[in-house]
Design a protein around this ligand. Sequence first.
Ligand code: ASP
Length: 336
Amino acid sequence: MRKFSTSSITIALLLAVASLCGCQSAPKAEWALAIHGGAGVISHDRPESERVAYRESLTAALETGREILDDGGTSLDAVEAVIRLMEENPLFNAGKGAVFTNAETCELDASIMNGADLNCGAVSGITTVRSPITLARRVMENSRHVFLIGSGAEQFAREQGLTFVDNTYFQTERRREALKRAKAREANNAAMLPNDAYGTVGAVALDRHGNLAAATSTGGMTNKRFGRVGDSPIVGAGTFADNTTCAVSCTGTGELFIRHGVARDVAARMQYAGASLRTAADQVIHDVLSPGDGGLIAVGSDGAIVFSFNSQGMFRGAADSNGRFDVGIWEAMNRP
Ligand code: ASP
């Protein structure tokens, strides 16, 4: 008769107890998607209709990505489609609805990264290309470079046949008012209001083929000097994806995210220190950065989704192949 060791009997008993308690870990997701609409928040005293509008917009973006990933599409296609939709939505600080520079123009930044081969593309100082994230993807796939800026990037967009708009297409009254407030506060040496500061969009995804991708698009920060570049188009700072660890997209005060190489730091803690995605993200957001700096979304190669932020709130959403589908602004969502 086969003999069982005491330790194997103990493990079997522990597994049986865990299963009876329902405390076994969730099945690994075949695909997973997380999105953000910026670390800034709408204040609690704004009308309910605004909150509803944000929730509906996040839900629509999440649905777009879910459809692609559920059908077996790639994580790159999913994150690009999600960001394109959010760029068209004036509620978010990317594409239409981008914040104003101090020169009263919109200058857009975006980046995208493929976790399968570490290929990436980024653009900055875009003023007339309708979808900066699509331009970033074209840089990644159709050029021998990683990062194009200003008129050189726009010339490349022309060669790629992308859609152009006048800079006024991106400009909205709401953001113009935010610029006025920011300039008035600057004149009084007062800090910028959190509502006026952020609103970048980002998406990270794992597809059914086991590939990760990350993408981020932004107008930057209200009243930024024209020519200023934030973290969003900087691979390793605002965006990073590597199939061996995770995909990350950040939002917050870009200068701080650049200084600390935040997105890459999360992946590095997993790679070199064996940290879990949750631990790595929380260490960077809460121990390296300071309260109010911003947050990030991340998805691991195992499909785990993590949100971590030290701001008052972060517009965000998550979906996966296990049926998860939820959006949040301030409050904790069903799962962390
Ligand atoms: N990180 C962006 C920037 O500094 C701003 C944001 O996330 O809202 O350009």
